[in-house]
Design a protein around this ligand. Structure first.
Ligand SMILES: [Zn+2]
Length: 168
């Protein structure tokens, strides 16, 4: 978990986005859609995607506020790339959402509640962050490489290269 000190020079645009993220989080709490989390994606100070945690509503463990906001922003831009956008979220992103920011090309993430405040109410992503620091063999999720299907793997990659698949 990153231990960064709060930045006191946050722009008014980010503060407005932060308020929108809180509004999303409150909506999610009122509707009992999931945890108390909201997020927005901004581009040039304009909100282009917003969302709250809908894990319970959707019965989908990946429906975190950040993921939902990223999906909406991507649909809005009709692009998988959110380069130049910022992610503003009510709580420090979990590893999944942080990784989604990387995949989206988002370079700036702003959050309000730190990971320890979130852990205190039972949403412990600190556990996942510490798991990621361990060697693969010591993690509680076992990842096993399946042997004997090397040809199928090569064929799949060959097929993708043949089609000149786009790298993102
Ligand atoms: Zn998350």
């Amino acid at each position: 978990m990153s231990k960064t000190s709060p930045d006191k020079k946050i722009s008014s645009g980010i503060l407005l986005a932060a308020r929108a993220a809180f509004k999303e989080a409150y909506a999610g709490v009122s509707l009992s859609h999931g945890g108390p989390f909201g997020a927005v994606v901004t581009r040039s100070g304009v909100i282009i995607g917003r969302g709250h945690n809908t894990v319970l509503k959707e019965e989908d463990p990946t429906c975190h506020a950040e993921i939902n906001a990223i999906r909406k922003a991507s649909r809005y831009l009709k692009s998988h790339s959110l380069k130049g956008c910022a992610l503003v979220t009510t709580a420090e992103p979990c590893p999944m959402c942080l990784a989604a920011a990387y995949w989206a090309g988002i370079r700036n993430v702003y959050y309000m509640a730190g990971g320890s405040a979130i852990s205190a109410i039972g949403f412990s992503d600190e556990k996942i962050y510490s798991e990621l620091k361990k060697s693969a063999k010591k993690r509680s999720v076992r990842c096993v490489r399946v042997c004997g299907l090397e040809r199928e793997t090569k064929d799949l990659i060959f097929r993708w290269k043949q089609k000149k698949g786009k790298i993102y």
